[in-house]
Design a binder for this molecule. Structure first.
Ligand code: CMX
Length: 435
């Protein structure tokens, strides 16, 4: 376990010293001005957070430590039987900023396999919910129940030095990530497969073992899981799940509490729940028109109908992105190789052909292009994982990698409690009057 943690500490110490110097020398430089409109409209475009793990370019999409998704698919270590990148390697990259060797990624895989045992009381908490409870609610509650295991919380209570925070946050993060697939698979099998659970296979990598515990042992589904869990991991720091995790962490809440906060945010329909909403929208479209492959004209009419009913077209639009999300493109490329004949996949592609122009023509939607959620449901349905209520849990398992790597950085860099200034509309009016 030691060498990756030691390496992280080495890299973080260097960065911490560089940041201290940067603040001392350039701390007064303004990053821009904040307008009244921004304060009212979701703080869009206000640069106010430091997140080291990834950076989003409005046109190019996400880069993890400088690497685009196509570059990650090429450069990150693969499973011995696979071509897609393993999320273990992406976690290493986000944590230490370097592409890992096969050995580094294998090491993380082995640590996660070793720490994957979930204490019994967590299953009891899940079992206490009615089976009908949404999987994201069960998932959030299970992560919260796991908080009993927090080494950070215990060490803090015992009175550790600030300098040691990062160490316990790192340990908690590794243990939490290790246990998420088992928790998620348990919720899935409980809700949809009569509680017939599948024991983990310690010989498999993190994603393949997750696929196995869900009940899907097809090799190409394992490949889909590796890709899926890689591309959903991080999207810089301002999105709801990343920001919520970071914000709660700034109060020195432990990683279990922080990640629960991130996941309750991911459960919202404008964020992670959109993957469930997309496939429902597509299936309703297919049902309404009585065909699995409606024509482009029929799809265009349906999009107009959705807009006229005052609803969003799920899977389209983004707060920052202004082009097709490369995470959508990566899934499309995967589908072209593995399931190009699937009618729902083809409908996703046809929606892509007609939706942007219609959304653009409204004149108000800033980004008419598809985001990550526009494609994933059709792929999962293809492999038989048809229960779309569960899709956001898959997103959540992946998102842990980015937000927890970031949380390690937050504590290693000694970031303080977050506390932006808020105002009342009365204050704003007085401020305007004084101009
Ligand atoms: N369909 C219809 N209307 C849309 C739209 C869409 N896909 N995307 C944006 N709009 C509307 C907004 O609702 C807003 O309308 P009002 O002015 O009437 O309130 C207007 O266009 C301007 O919005 P925007 O600045 O373009 O978008 P925001 O930054 O406010 O919101 C997002 C971004 C993602 C919430 C929005 O595009 C949306 O609701 N998309 C559909 C849901 C979705 O796919 N979410 C997943 C995002 C990825 C993720 O986080 O997982």
């Amino acid at each position: 376990m030691g060498y990756i943690k030691d390496h992280f500490k080495e890299v973080a110490d260097k960065q911490s010293a560089a940041i201290k110097k940067l603040i001392a020398e350039h701390g007064e430089i303004s990053l821009g001005q904040v307008t009244i409109a921004q304060a009212y409209q979701g703080m869009r475009g206000i640069p106010g957070l430091i997140t080291e793990t990834s950076l989003l370019d409005a046109n190019e999409g996400i880069r993890f430590r400088g690497y685009s998704i196509p570059e990650l698919r090429e450069k990150l270590p693969k499973a011995s039987d696979g071509k897609e990148p393993c999320p273990e390697g992406l976690f290493y990259l986000m944590l230490v900023g370097e592409i890992p060797t096969d050995e580094d990624a294998g090491h993380i895989s082995a640590v996660w396999a070793r720490r994957s045992h979930v204490p019994n009381h967590v299953f009891q908490v899940i079992e206490a919910f009615p089976v009908s409870t949404h999987p994201m609610t069960q998932f959030c509650a299970a992560v919260l129940a796991l908080q009993t295991e927090s080494k950070f919380a215990k060490a803090y209570e015992a009175g550790i030095s600030k300098k040691e925070y990062w160490d316990y946050v790192y340990e908690d993060s590794m243990t939490l990530i290790a246990r998420l697939p088992r928790i998620a698979a348990y919720i899935y099998r409980r809700k949809y497969k009569n509680g017939e659970h599948i024991q983990p296979d310690g010989m498999l990598d993190w994603s393949a073992n997750f696929a196995h515990m869900l009940g899907y042992d097809d090799d190409s589904f394992k490949e889909l899981m590796r890709l899926y869990l890689t591309i959903h991991a991080d999207h810089e720091g301002g999105n709801v799940s990343a920001h919520a995790t970071h914000l709660v962490g700034s109060a020195l809440s432990d990683p279990y509490l922080c990640f629960t906060a991130g996941m309750t945010g991911l459960a919202g329909p404008l964020h992670g729940l959109a993957n469930q909403e997309v496939i429902r929208w597509i299936e309703e479209l297919q049902k309404d028109l009585g065909t699995l492959t409606p024509s482009k004209e029929q799809i265009a009419d349906y999009i107009r109908k959705t807009l006229s009913e005052g609803k969003v077209v799920p899977g389209y639009g983004h707060a920052v992105l202004r082009k097709t999300d490369p995470r959508f493109t990566a899934q499309m490329e995967f589908a072209k190789v593995h399931c190009a004949d699937n009618p729902t996949v083809q409908t996703v592609w046809n929606v892509y052909e007609v939706a942007p122009e219609i959304l653009e023509s409204t004149g108000k939607i800033k980004n008419p292009w598809p985001n990550v959620d526009a494609h994933s449901g059709a792929l999962l349905k293809h492999y038989g994982l048809v229960e779309e209520d569960f899709y956001t849990v898959l997103f959540g398992v992946s998102r842990a990698l980015g937000v927890l790597a970031s949380l390690c950085w937050d504590r290693a860099l000694g970031f303080p409690i977050e506390r932006p200034k808020s105002m009342t509309t009365e204050w704003i009016n007085n401020y305007i009057a004084k101009q």
